[in-house]
Ligand binder design. Structure first.
Ligand code: GDP
Ligand code: MG
Length: 296
């Protein structure tokens, strides 16, 4: 009989390098939202890839940054906790923008005594010579492999997957074949709404946004009714989120609804409200209501 190999793989790196995009590419579905804003990912999100004799459990994390709010502290703690009990480590940099912060993350993470790959992402935007220069620069950084990929177009992703599988020890099937994430549908729906808000809103608004799912009701086999509230931190932001004659909120709603319909496989009626909740990112009870709960 053949032996099953499995393990947990944490994906670490600065915000915006493409960690969530990579995890979605590995899993083959959108389980973590993606945007060009730093700190899009707020929770630890698990993505599971299973094949006949192997299982990879990815831990996508909020990027490593210096926290300025209670939410920020929670995010950093979440990133660090993801490193406990892992079998392999993916450290990711944006190959088009490697800076001091990336170099110190690469150096810090090289201390972990597990198999590790340094992933150079966004090579679709990079010239060959620049890539070779980076590979040389990090050759002695203490990683088992240096792997150039484009998480966005899939280049190198299969090769990385095979490497990670080769890192895995013998182990159990942690999750059943059809599991792709630990995130409840309810939470992913809220995140898809937040993703569309991040996509369309002006710079000062997005960081202060939280989405609370009020109700998800299955009306029939083919129709789900969803009520959700978008929280923001200022009255002025509320106006921006709603937009001229409700245009912005409608746009966010329409795009979120399309993604949620794909996720749930039913038609969706989506009702959105916007409310002001000052300073929620520093209030523990608000953090809990919006789904950012510490395990301790
Ligand atoms: N051109 C390009 N863009 C990418 C690639 N991977 C991610 N991105 C973009 O980079 C931004 C940040 O991605 P995201 O996965 O949210 O980064 P995270 O903060 O590390 O999770 C998004 O706008 C992505 O579409 C890539 O391989 N190539
Ligand atoms: Mg992310």
């Amino acid at each position: 009989m053949s032996v099953f190999h499995s393990g947990f793989v944490a994906i670490m790196g600065r915000p915006n390098v493409g960690k969530s995009t990579l995890m979605n590419a590995m899993v083959g579905e959108k389980v973590a939202i993606v945007s060009n804003r730093p700190q899009t990912t707020r929770n630890r999100i698990m993505g599971v890839y299973t094949e006949a004799e192997n299982q990879l459990v990815f831990l996508d994390t909020p990027g490593l940054h210096t926290p300025r709010t209670r939410l920020g502290e929670y995010m950093m703690q979440t990133a660090k906790e993801a490193l406990q009990g892992i079998d392999a480590l993916v450290v990711m940099v944006d190959a088009t923008a490697v800076g001091k912060h990336d170099e110190s993350i690469v150096a810090d993470m090289s201390q972990y005594k597990v198999k590790k790959a340094l992933v150079l992402n966004k090579i679709d935007l990079l010239k060959k010579e620049a890539l070779l220069g980076l590979m040389e620069k990090f050759a002695q950084a203490g990683y088992d492999d240096i792997v150039p990929v484009s998480a966005a177009n899939g280049d190198g992703v299969e090769h990385l997957k095979q490497l990670l599988i080769s890192y895995m020890p013998e182990g159990p099937k942690y999750f059943p074949d059809d599991t792709i994430t630990d995130q409840p549908e309810r939470l992913i729906c809220g995140e898809l709404i937040r993703e569309k808000a991040l996509l369309h809103l002006r710079d000062e608004v997005p960081h202060g946004i939280g989405v609370e799912m009020m109700a998800i009701t299955k009306q029939s086999d083919n129709l789900t009714e969803i009520h959700a509230t978008i929280y923001c931190e200022r009255a002025a932001h509320k106006g921006i989120i709603i937009g001229k004659q409700g245009a912005m909120l409608r746009r966010i709603g329409q795009e979120a609804r399309a993604d949620i319909e794909t996720l749930l496989g039913t038609h969706v009626h989506l009702q959105l409200w916007v409310k002001v909740r000052e300073n929620w990112r520093n209030r523990m009870d608000d953090l809990r209501t919006l789904g950012y709960e510490s395990e301790k």
